[in-house]
Design a protein around this ligand. Structure first.
Ligand code: ATP
Length: 341
């Protein structure tokens, strides 16, 4: 019998339902035809209160050693662990897939299957701004070449893999210097990908067209804040903000992914923590993204499809109106993990 491949994954444990989400991911990992070795680091609030510096150092050592991490929801008290990790890992790009989920009610009848690629830094988010007197306030908006290029490269590579085009979006006709630089860099990258169609759309027009005809869009790349807005709007279109996952990437000097961290959308849900009833779909989707990123694309797709089929069959957790506990839902997903011939 051939030896099973082993995948090493740093696992950043958090608060609330984090332990239950992690148990669900482990249950699925056990059902895969590879060995997944998790290397846990405790980033819970209790541990951070006692020794924040130590646990962040451990997290950094783990992600540097294994290059990939799965992070569960954490409480923000003094510092935001997401912000600390983003800065220490130098994550510069966020990939947020948003797709319609059969079985999840929505007010929108279009089929959404989007990959939102967003610069993870800059835009209007670095500078809290300042007041000038009582009636005026200013802040600085930052667009940098390196993360813009990394986001564009990531978007074009993904589009090539998905055999689709890339839409870049900003307000370059108004924010001529900043968004102008962003679009200029996207265009440079587009020229390196002659086989991938590129289109530039003003962000306001994009929102309008996307709501009217979501099927026309697949990979969209934007500066930080636009990607933030767009992700939430797209989640609203598919009926849920908590059922998605995202990937955070840091790149080497050749533009290749150096570190990757995957995390479920949604918070720590303290009101239901410990009851065994939380919905682990987002954590499992994050794990699916991790598998795909790590070269196990077939397994990532299989897991994604198994989650969707389980929800579509009504075998969901109670937040979606289904009958299942976290463990029973996870078992139903595992039953659908049948490798294709
Ligand atoms: P945080 O401060 O960490 O964001 P929160 O409770 O304020 O925590 P969420 O965690 O997003 O915010 O929870 C909002 C609501 O959604 C809560 O009622 C929670 O129980 C529910 N919820 C969140 N995540 C899940 C989940 N995975 N499964 C089921 N219900 C969830």
């Amino acid at each position: 019998m051939p030896e099973r491949e082993t995948l090493h994954v740093a696992e950043f444990l958090g608060d609330g339902i984090s332990t239950e989400l992690s148990a669900s991911v482990h249950q699925v990992a056990q059902a895969l035809p590879i060995t997944v070795q998790f290397h846990p680091v405790d980033l819970s609030l209790e541990t951070r209160r006692r020794q924040a510096a130590v646990c962040y150092d451990e997290a950094m050592a783990a992600i540097r050693a294994h290059r990939i991490a799965l992070k569960y929801p954490t409480v923000t008290e003094k510092e935001s662990p997401n912000k600390v990790l983003r800065e220490r890992c130098r994550f510069s790009v966020i990939h947020r897939p948003v797709a319609s989920l059969p079985g999840v009610p929505t007010r929108h009848d279009g089929k959404v299957d989007l990959h939102i690629i967003r610069i993870a830094v800059g835009g209007t988010y670095e500078d809290a701004g300042r007041r000038i007197g009582d009636d005026v306030a200013v802040s600085i908006r930052v667009i940098e070449r390196r993360p813009s290029r990394e986001a564009a490269l990531y978007a074009f590579r993904l589009a090539r893999r998905l055999s689709c085009g890339v839409v870049s979006s900003s307000k370059h006709t108004i924010q001529r210097a900043t968004d102008g630089l962003f679009e200029e860099i996207v265009l440079e990258v587009a020229r390196e990908f002659g086989d991938v169609p590129h289109q530039c759309e003003l962000f306001d027009a994009l929102l309008y067209k996307l709501v009217r005809n979501p099927e026309a869009y697949r990979v969209i790349v934007t500066p930080n804040e636009y990607g933030d807005f767009l992700s939430d709007m797209a989640c609203g279109m598919v009926g849920s903000i908590g059922l998605g996952a995202s990937a955070n990437y840091a790149f080497d000097e050749h533009g290749n992914v150096d570190l990757a961290m995957f995390d479920p959308a949604g918070g720590t849900a303290p009101d239901i923590a410990g009851q065994g009833v939380c919905n682990p779909s987002a954590a499992l989707l994050a794990f699916g993204m991790l598998l795909t990123h790590s070269g196990f694309r077939g397994l990532g797709t299989m897991l994604d499809e198994a989650i969707r089929a389980t929800i579509a069959a009504g075998e969901s957790t109670r937040d979606l109106g289904g009958p299942h506990s976290t463990a029973a839902f996870t078992a139903a997903v595992c039953r659908r993990l049948t490798p294709r011939a």
